[in-house]
Design a protein around this ligand. Structure first.
Ligand SMILES: [Mg+2]
Length: 199
C-alpha cells in the first residue's frame, strides 16, 4: 500500500496519456533551431516576426498530433477510476489549449482541472503543479504527478509533489529516471500507487 494518501493526481498529456507522435527534431529543423534546445523556449527567444512564424509551425504540429494520436493502454480507464475514487484529477501540459480541448473531446475523458501552455509558466518550473494544487485545495505533499519526460519530474519535485516517470518502452530507462520517486511502465500500476486497484 502507498505510504501517502494522495488526494490530487496530475497527468502529463503527450506521451503519458497519449501515444504522442510529436516530432521535436522535425520541428527544430523546420524552425531552424539547434539540436537539443527545448523547442518552445527557443521559439520564445526569437524576434517577433520569426517568433510568430515559429509558433505557427509548433501549433501546426500539435494540432495534427492532437487530431490523430491514440491513447496509451488503460489511460481512459485509469483517469475515470481515479475520479470515481474521489481524487481530484488534473491535466498539465506544455501543449496548447486547443490541443487539450481536442484531446478531451476526441477521447471523452473528463478532468477536474487543466493547465495548458497559455495558463502561465510551463514545466520544468514548479508553477504548473503549484497552481493546480492551489486550485484543487490540496497540498503538494498530497499530490502525485506522472509524466514521460524529465521536465515532468523536475516540475513535480520542485513543487514538493511525488514524481512518477511513465516509461512504456522496452529499452532501459533514461538516466534522468533517477529523479523520479517511482517508475511505472503500465498506467494501472500508477493507479495502484494512487491507492486504486485496477487488477
Ligand atoms: Mg510528455
Amino acid at each position: 500500500m502507498p505510504e501517502t494518501e494522495f488526494q490530487h493526481v496530475i497527468f502529463d498529456m503527450d506521451g503519458t496519456l497519449t501515444r504522442s507522435g510529436l516530432d521535436f527534431d522535425l520541428m527544430r529543423r523546420e524552425i531552424g533551431i539547434e539540436d537539443g534546445q527545448s523547442v518552445w523556449e527557443a521559439v520564445q527567444q526569437l524576434p517577433p516576426p520569426a517568433r510568430e512564424r515559429a509558433e505557427a509551425v509548433v501549433c501546426r504540429h500539435e494540432a495534427r498530433d492532437a487530431a490523430m494520436c491514440e491513447l496509451q493502454p488503460y489511460a481512459a480507464e485509469v483517469v475515470r477510476r481515479l475520479r470515481a475514487a474521489g481524487k481530484v484529477v488534473s491535466l498539465m501540459t506544455r501543449n496548447s489549449r486547443v490541443s487539450v480541448d481536442v484531446f478531451i473531446e476526441r477521447h471523452d475523458i473528463a478532468f477536474d482541472l487543466t493547465r495548458a501552455r497559455c495558463d502561465g509558466v510551463v514545466k520544468p518550473a514548479p508553477d504548473p503543479v503549484l497552481d493546480l494544487c492551489a486550485a484543487a485545495g490540496v497540498a503538494p505533499a498530497s499530490t502525485i504527478a506522472i509524466g514521460d519526460y524529465k521536465y515532468d519530474l523536475e516540475c513535480a519535485n520542485r513543487a514538493g509533489a511525488v514524481s512518477v516517470l511513465y516509461y512504456e518502452h522496452e529499452s532501459p530507462v533514461p538516466a534522468w529516471a533517477a529523479a523520479a520517486a517511482h517508475v511505472v511502465r503500465d498506467l494501472r500500476d500508477f493507479a495502484e500507487l494512487c491507492g486504486v486497484s485496477m487488477r
